[in-house]
Design a protein around this ligand. Structure first.
Ligand SMILES: O=c1ccn([C@@H]2O[C@H](COP(=O)(O)OP(=O)(O)O[C@H]3OC[C@@H](O)[C@H](O)[C@H]3O)[C@@H](O)[C@H]2O)c(=O)[nH]1
Length: 312
């Protein structure tokens, strides 16, 4: 919008919130539509960032059929829209297409190791078939597609109840509650800050690279190291609590970003601690906001019917 583009945001608010975009409402280049991409959408656009789908494991597992519909029917609808209006479509795919990887770090030519009937399948397989659909539309219909395989990302405006590890640990540390580590904590992840991802998505959309590109920060940590880091940054006395391991949890994950560096001239620039401090600041404010804006329903006073005076 700041570059002069007109932006239409389409959201069904399943995991998104109007508060996240309220500062744009009224801007001449901004429009917000409450719509679910599982239903067809008729608008005129020249670029489509197809970001729909819950991305947090507890959210996408909450209603796996809906997750599948969003990633299959929703993707078909967005590709149909792209075909009709001649728009370019960028699919937000995921590092989860690599499943519990047997290759480390993961580069784009790795086909992945996914359990097609496990609890994560609605998302992993949903995104895999969404990629397949993109390339079918590209080959058969000439639709221009871009595919970003997004690795773990965090930042301000994540939902408090998102359920992913960064928001969970920060909120737990801020509230003095135990940091919940699933399994031994030896599994690894690499976290990128949201502004790096946004820059990568825009660079990919405007590039001529139609094959999949990893977007992530390659700095890898174990989840236990990560819990300790967040505890220190918050200055929290919270304990670390070990809970049972999540089923099919990928044991290691780290992006190989050579392709993004070479073909997009992109790489993450926000250091982990700087990004985490921004997220911590945001969640501190959110907790204050929540404490001051609790909606406490007041019981309605009983309606007393005016009695009629009976005259005999
Ligand atoms: O409270 C928690 C939450 C999570 N974890 C662990 O932390 C690791 C990261 O878990 P998250 O839920 O944040 O995210 P995951 O890496 O499992 O999945 C994510 O991967 C990449 C994206 O495409 C997706 O948005 C998301 O599915 C996992 O090993 C998980 O078991 C905890 O130890 N404690």
């Amino acid at each position: 919008m700041m570059d002069g583009h007109e932006v239409t945001v389409v959201d069904n608010f399943f995991t998104g919130r109007k508060r996240n975009v309220e500062h744009w409402i009224g801007h001449e280049n901004f429009e917000l539509i409450n719509h679910d991409v599982v239903e067809p959408l008729y608008i005129e656009v020249d670029q489509i960032y197809h970001l729909a789908s819950p991305a947090s494991p507890p959210n996408y597992m909450y209603n796996p059929i809906k997750t599948l519909k969003t990633n299959t029917i929703g993707t078909l609808n967005m590709l149909g829209l792209a075909k009709r209006v001649g728009a370019r479509l960028l699919l937000a795919s995921t590092s989860e297409v690599y499943g519990d990887p047997e290759v480390h770090p993961q580069s784009e030519d790795y086909w992945g190791h996914v359990n097609p009937i496990g609890p994560r399948a609605c998302y992993d397989e949903g995104k895999r078939v969404a990629e397949t659909m993109c390339y079918a539309y590209m080959k058969q219909e000439g639709v221009e597609v871009r595919v970003a395989r997004i690795f773990n990302t965090f930042g301000p405006r994540m939902h408090m109840n998102d359920g992913r590890v960064v928001s969970n640990f920060i909120l737990q540390a801020l509230q003095g509650e135990p940091l919940t580590v699933y399994g031994s904590g030896s599994q690894t992840r690499a976290f990128q800050y949201v502004s790096d991802l946004v820059n990568g998505l825009v660079a990919l959309m405007n590039s001529n690279v139609s094959s999949p590109v990893n977007l992530g920060n390659p700095e890898e940590h174990t989840i236990l190291e990560f819990a300790q880091l967040i505890k220190n940054l918050v200055g929290s006395g919270s304990e670390i609590q070990f809970l049972s391991e999540a089923q099919d949890d990928p044991q290691k994950r780290k992006p190989d970003i050579k392709k993004a560096k070479l073909m997009l001239g992109w790489e993450p620039v926000v250091p982990l601690e700087e990004g985490l401090n921004k997220a911590i600041h945001y969640f501190r404010k959110e907790l204050e906001y929540q404490a001051n804006n609790q909606y406490i329903p007041k019981p309605k006073p009983a309606r007393i019917k005016k009695g009629r005076t009976r005259h005999n």
